[in-house]
Design a protein around this ligand. Structure first.
Ligand code: G3P
Length: 276
């Protein structure tokens, strides 16, 4: 068994079979993250169901995962596209959070979802803000969370490392930049490294004592085989630290990013692809 790192280890999968495999491999698991694309993968290719059957399938799998890691956090994502209203997202969040006792509801980092999350957090809900690609988005989430008086552990921010690498930017720099900003702000928001593709990404997260990292099963299997590697800097464009204005309200921060829009539409398309 590997020594348990300071960084909390989550599994990035909607499949409870994967949860069992990881518990056998690691002997622990601090949480699990799911999303629309991951649950469609569990359903299987070319299977068509109604929307209510799909939601029931998502709920069953999330409940199996929650039973396997009752002390851990399980992230469940709302459905949203560019037309979904804040009221609809809020309604989904309250419904999904009743599926299990240990849910964090995933909100895409778009204006309508942040409006929904503001009410949800004020009610005491737990949230994981996803599809984060900029330090400004992370600032908006901090400002929103603190305006709702959240506690430590109630809110996660999920920067997508691999997808920044995909466009030639050094995704791990964003983790370090958000960590530095959150330290300056003494933020209650925890940073959850997502879109982790390889051991080098993982090692970086462990080296900087990131709060949480979510790993696909393949990366956990590689980690078992190579428990200790050295982080190797990659030939990618550095992402510079930004000195942002902390005195504004979250609505005044520009949270646009093309990869957030693209990721949102991909999650929506995957979800719809299995509906009849
Ligand atoms: O944790 C987010 C993850 O599921 C997305 O990963 O590899 O599709 O960028 P990826």
């Amino acid at each position: 068994m590997l020594p348990r790192p300071q960084t909390k280890i989550f599994l990035d999968s909607a499949n409870p079979q994967d949860t069992k495999v990881v518990l056998d491999l690691l002997g622990f698991l601090d949480g699990q993250t799911t999303n629309p694309s991951l649950i469609v993968k569990v359903l299987g290719e070319n299977v068509k169901v109604s929307e209510s059957e799909m939601l029931e399938f998502y709920k069953t799998n999330v409940q199996k995962i929650a039973n396997l890691i009752p002390q851990g956090s399980v992230s469940i994502e709302v459905y949203a596209d560019d037309t979904t209203s804040p009221e609809d997202i809020y309604h989904q969040a309250t419904t999904l959070s009743q599926w299990i006792p240990n849910a964090h509801i995933k909100f895409p980092t778009i204006p309508n979802a942040l409006l929904a999350a503001e009410k949800f957090l004020a009610d005491g809900g737990r949230a994981n803000f996803t599809l984060v690609f900029t330090q400004a988005q992370a600032l908006a989430i901090h400002l929103l969370a603190t305006s709702c008086g959240v506690n430590k552990g109630q809110v996660f921010v999920s920067p997508f490392v691999g997808r920044l690498d995909d466009i030639g930017q050094n995704g791990v720099d964003l983790l370090q930049n958000i960590q530095r900003m959150y330290q300056e702000l003494n933020s209650p928001v925890e940073i959850l490294g997502a879109s982790i593709r390889n051991l080098n990404h993982l090692q970086y997260c462990l080296d900087i004592n990131l709060d949480i990292v979510t790993l696909p099963l393949t990366v956990i299997q590689q980690w078992i085989d190579q428990p200790s590697i050295s982080y190797v800097p990659q030939p990618l464009t550095p992402i510079p630290y930004e000195n942002l204005d902390y005195s504004v309200s979250w609505q005044d921060v520009n949270i646009d990013h093309p990869l957030t829009t693209k990721g949102l539409l991909k999650f929506a398309a995957d979800w719809k692809s299995c509906l009849n």
